[in-house]
Structure formats: C-alpha cells, structure tokens
Design a protein around this ligand. Structure first.
Ligand SMILES: Cc1cc2nc3c(=O)[nH]c(=O)nc-3n(C[C@H](O)[C@H](O)[C@H](O)COP(=O)(O)OP(=O)(O)OC[C@H]3O[C@@H](n4cnc5c(N)ncnc54)[C@H](O)[C@@H]3O)c2cc1C
Length: 596
C-alpha cells in the first residue's frame, strides 16, 4: 500500500518545491510479490526469448506471435489490465520494471510494448464496457494482437493534421473509413487497430478497426535501420465500414486518446531504454575486462574507465528520476481512485499530471541509450563494428528511440510549453519565486550556514539551478512573451535546464534514501555518480542559460543576467577523474552494472 499522506508535488512543481528522500522510490521498495513477478519475467526473457533472439531479428513473425502467446499464458500481456478482462493488474512501478527487463529482447520488447501499450491501452482507457469485453480478453491471452495507427505520410509530429477520413453512412450505422497510415508497429500481424481519422474532415476521432474487415490492406515490411525483427508496415483503408459501435471515446476528442497514451508511452520508453542501456554497459564492462592490449585488459586504461563510468552515471541518474516519476504517478493514481475516479480516469489523470516529467524522461532516457550504444561500440573497437557481436545491432536499434513517442525536439518543446500552460492556468505559482530570485540577484550573496551532511553541497547547487531557471526563464518570457514560441533554440535551452534539475535532484533524493537503507559505505558508487552527474550538469546548465540569454538580451540586462548565471552555477569543481575511476573500478570488479 502506498503512503499517500506524504505531500505529493504537482507535475512540474519540482522546479519550485522541495521533496524529501522518503518520497522517492528505490529498489528496496519493491515488495516480495513484485519481486516474484519480476523474477518470472527475467526467467521468461532468459530461457525463452534470448536463445532465439537472432531468429526474431530476422523478422520471424510466427515466432514473435508464439512467444507473445507464451507471455500471455504467463500473464505478461495483462499486467496493466484489471482482472475482469483477464488481466493481472500490477502497479505502475512493476510495469516499468517489467518493461526494463524485456529490453534486452530487442525487437520482441517492441512488439510486446506496442501490443500491451499503445495497442491495448486506448481500449482500456477510452473504450465502452462492450468494447473492453470484446477486445481486451483475447489480447491479454495472446490470441489476438493490437496496434496503433496515428502517423500518416503527411502527418507525423503534426499528428492532428491527419487526412484519414471517416464519414457516417446515411443510415447512421457505420463510418466509411478512407486513408493511409504509416510506420505502424505490429501491422504485419495485429488483429485490432486503434485508428485515428477526421470525421467530416475536421473532427479528429479514434476508432477500433479489425484486420479482416473488407477494404484494409498493408504495405510491405519497411526496410529499417534497426529493430529489424519488429513488424512495421503501412496500413491502407479503402471504404472500410466501421460500425458506429467501434467509435472509440468521443467524436472530435481523438487528441485526448492520442496524447494521453503518449504520456504513459514516454515514461515506459524510458524504462525500456534504461534496461537496454544497462545491458550495453554490462557488455562494455565485460569486454573491457576480457580484451587485452599492450599487455593488459583495456579496462585498465583511463580513457575506457571514463566511458564505463559515464555510461553508468547517466543510467543511474536517469533511473532515479524515472523511479521518482513512476512512484508519483502510482501515488496520484491511488489518490484519484480514493477521490472516486474510475480506474481509467485515475490512470490517465495520474499520467497527465506528470506529463512534463514523462517528456523529460523520454528525451534523457533515449539519449542515455544512444551514449551507451555509441561508446559501448567504441569500447569494442573493430569487434563493435562486426555483426558477430551485439554492439552493431544495438547501435542501430537504439536510434529509433529519439524519433518515436514524439521526437526529442517535440518533447523538449512540450516540456516548456506544458510548464508555461500550468503557470498561466495558476496551477503552479512561479511568479513569486521568480520575483524572489530577481530580488536576490540585486543583493549580496548570502553566506549561508555551513552544512557538512552528505551531499549538502549538491543540494545547495540544485537549489541554485532552480534559481538559475527562474531567473533565465522569467526574464526571457517577460521579454519575448508570445514571440518565444518561435524561438525554439531558447525553448530547447530551457527544457534542458529543467530536465537537468529534475535528474540531479532525483539522484540526490534516491542516493540519500539508499544510504538511509543500506548505509553510506554500501552506496559509495551511487554517491560518486550523484556528485559527478551534478558537477557536469551545472556546467551544461550554465552553457544553456548563457545561450538563452545571449539570444535576446544586451546591455545592462545581459550583464545582470550573466552575473546571475555565474552566481547560480558557482560550485567547487570536483575531481571528476577520481570519481570516474572509483565508479569504473567498481563496475570492472563486479563485471556488471552493479548499482541500484
Ligand atoms: C520504426 C518506427 C515505428 C513506429 N511505430 C509507430 C506506430 O506504431 N504507430 C504510429 O502511429 N506511429 C509510429 N511511428 C511513427 C513515429 O511516431 C513518427 O515517425 C514520429 O512521430 C515522427 O514523425 P515523422 O516521422 O513524420 O517526422 P516529422 O514530424 O516529419 O519530423 C521530422 C523532423 O522535424 C522535426 N520537427 C517536426 N515538427 C517540428 C516542429 N514543430 N518544431 C521543430 N522540429 C520539428 C522532428 O523533430 C524531426 O526531427 C513509428 C516510426 C518508426 C520509424
């Protein structure tokens, strides 16, 4: 049972409020029951999927379907679904951990994720009872599979401009669906499709469409850069008769389905890419221990230690933020249920509340995986470039994650846009803290009282990064107002500062909680990684802030803001070489990613 009495921050409120370490999730918070579910997933992955991985990657769709069916028999297709539909409902954290454990199965994890996520969730959240009863049980059992059709050749990021059209028949009994969808995961074998179309050309609406209805056809399998074992095809609709009973949600409210499903998809994507990142860090560590050059294993070289430690640090820091957001979503869901909301309203409301954090995690998770794949390949040298080893495939597979579930550019812009909307609506009060920071910038820096507690400096630095954000964002918004939306470079700067703050603070909170549970000595690596991540994040934030300010300010305003940036990014630069060596030595000694 989750403790909902602890103060639950609103989404985005982390920028102006503090959180206690006890509020965040660490691995010890998993219950015995959750650990049992996860052990079952691990066994399924190791015994059933990984041994046939090469065959799956050759796009053996029958094998993928067979394994999905086996997953269904184990209950692994129903962990986000209530028992009344044959599900095996687990909480949000368990589902994220499950996604993370499936990641090493590469394309299989994508087929599983598209089926149980974007494929089935729209029906659970927006379907009528009859639709849920009809479509969910066979999908949960693995007898039928699901897919999600939003993207079209001319509408990708601009999803609402879809051209697929749905016209109500004269007798009002069905919609005639015409159009084309593109890049549809699982299209090669899915039976049930959530399809978005414009009713009468301008009412964006969701529909449930079945594969064997007349008028549906499919393009050839896309020849992709990576995730080659995942089916991706175009879907064509030519005068497909969709019964009115298969309209999903409300007419003209398809955007609610599309966007809400993406919030959940984004944090789950983060869970998946961090699972993949850990696997790549493991492979890199093992290769660094095995491969000998100049008479010693390459793990002895500082240049290699740097990469191993950096991979692990990015994984750790991003994972603490993901766990934090996951727990907040779980708690919010619980609170909304207690407030009398339906399950669907509670799940959707909780994910929507933390949509800013979900966007941050999607971006930083996918970029962490790219780093791990790129430097993992580099650690493998020529063997990294060979198909004989895992790295070449992983390098190609990694790249898609910056593109789907909203490209990273779109997600960065959303991060700021959603925050600004919340501020405008009065949901988050940023005016007062921003004014306080402006006043502080005019005065002398306060000395503060000395604090020698663990990570006290880092806490102070993160508090200052929050002031940095308020100072830069406040002044920029005041100056540019509506024009800001056309200054995407500045929006990207602001998104990155927000994201770094969330990740830095989450690392401190999780590390302090872990120390309180495991003791300081057992958390040496986690402490080093937190210090390292924050040290470098301050430098990155300083640069982002300077770029933002220099884009528009001049004269006294520019000078004052630049002084503010200097003040709020002031820190004792740590010995990053020593920290990275300590982290890398732990990894090499364990011969695996050994932090939690
Ligand atoms: C392997 C794969 C599987 C997929 N699976 C599915 C699926 O199952 N279902 C589904 O519906 N879709 C799916 N997609 C589609 C995916 O969601 C889209 O590719 C993605 O949303 C980007 O759209 P696009 O490809 O049209 O790129 P575009 O929107 O054309 O973007 C091109 C570039 O322009 C940038 N850009 C676009 N608009 C802006 C803007 N306003 N400001 C700044 N930059 C901008 C983008 O960030 C990107 O860098 C899949 C795609 C792939 C490749």
């Amino acid at each position: 049972m989750l403790d909902t009495d602890q103060k639950l921050l609103k989404g985005g409120e982390f920028l102006i409020a503090e959180t206690e370490p006890s509020n965040v999730f660490i691995i010890e918070d998993f219950t015995e029951e959750q650990n049992m579910v996860l052990a079952m997933v691990k066994e399924f992955v190791e015994k059933k999927v990984l041994p046939v991985s090469a065959q799956i990657e050759s796009l053996d769709i029958e094998l993928t379907k067979k394994l999905l069916k086996e997953a269904g028999e184990l209950g692994l297709l129903g962990t986000s679904f209530p028992e009344e539909y044959g599900g095996f409902m687990q909480n949000f954290e368990t589902n994220m951990a499950l996604t993370s454990l499936l990641a090493p199965t590469r394309s299989f994890s994508l087929s599983h994720g598209a089926h149980t996520g974007i494929g089935m969730l729209p029906i659970l959240y927006f379907g009528t009872d009859a639709q849920k009863q009809k479509y969910l049980p066979p999908c949960i059992a693995g007898d039928k599979f699901a897919a999600y059709c939003l993207t079209e050749p001319t509408s990708g990021s601009d999803a609402l401009s879809a051209k697929t059209n749905a016209a109500l028949s004269e007798d009002g009994s069905y919609y005639l669906l015409n159009g084309q969808k593109m890049w549809i995961t699982n299209a090669g074998f899915a039976d049930v499709f959530t399809v978005f179309a414009q009713i009468d050309g301008d009412k964006f609406t969701g529909f449930i469409v079945e594969r064997d209805w007349e008028g549906i056809s499919f393009g050839a399998e896309e020849q992709k850069l990576g995730i080659k074992g995942s089916s991706t095809r175009q879907v064509f609709f030519e005068n497909v008769k969709v019964p009115v009973d298969n309209l999903l949600g409300e007419i003209g409210k398809g955007h609610k389905i599309a966007f809400n499903i993406l919030n959940i998809g984004r944090i789950k994507l983060c869970a998946g890419v961090l699972g993949g990142s850990k696997m790549l860090n493991n492979l890199s560590i093992q290769y660094a221990n095995e491969r000998k050059q100049f008479g010693k294993s390459i793990g002895n070289f500082g240049a290699i230690k740097y990469k191993l430690a950096e991979q692990a640090t990015r994984i750790y820091a991003t994972e603490t933020a993901m766990h934090r957001a996951g727990r907040d979503i779980s708690k919010m869901e619980h609170k909304l249920l207690e407030d009398g909301k339906t399950l669907a309203e509670a799940l959707l409301g909780a994910a929507e509340e933390y949509a800013i954090e979900c966007a941050i995690l999607k971006v930083y998770g996918s970029e962490c995986l790219d780093y791990c794949a790129d430097e993992g390949l580099q650690i493998h040298g020529g063997m990294g470039y060979s198909e004989e080893m895992h790295m070449a495939g992983a390098y190609r597979d990694a790249r898609i994650n910056r593109i789907f579930e909203g490209t990273n550019e779109i997600n960065r812009m959303l991060t700021v846009d959603m925050l600004m909307k919340r501020v405008m609506k009065g949901e988050i009060d940023m005016m007062q803290p921003a004014m306080a920071v402006q006043k502080e910038m005019m005065g002398m820096p306060a000395m503060g009282t000395p604090d020698n507690s663990l990570l006290a400096d880092e806490k102070k630095y993160v508090a200052n990064l929050k002031k940095l954000f308020l100072a830069v964002a406040g002044a920029t918004i005041q100056e540019l107002m509506q024009k800001l939306e056309n200054e995407q470079e500045i929006l990207m700067n602001m998104a990155d500062i927000m994201s770094e703050i969330y990740i830095c603070e989450s690392s401190i909170l999780a590390t302090l909680k872990a120390v309180s549970v495991r003791g300081e000595a057992a958390c040496e690596g986690e402490i080093c990684m937190t210090k390292l991540y924050i040290n470098d994040a301050i430098e990155r934030c300083g640069l982002q802030a300077k770029n933002a300010v220099a884009s528009w300010a001049d004269g006294d305003t520019k000078r004052m803001l630049m002084l503010g940036i200097k003040r709020f990014t002031k820190h004792e630069f740590v010995n990053t070489k020593a920290l990275r060596r300590t982290i890398a030595d732990s990894l090499l000694a364990a011969n695996t990613y050994c932090f939690k």
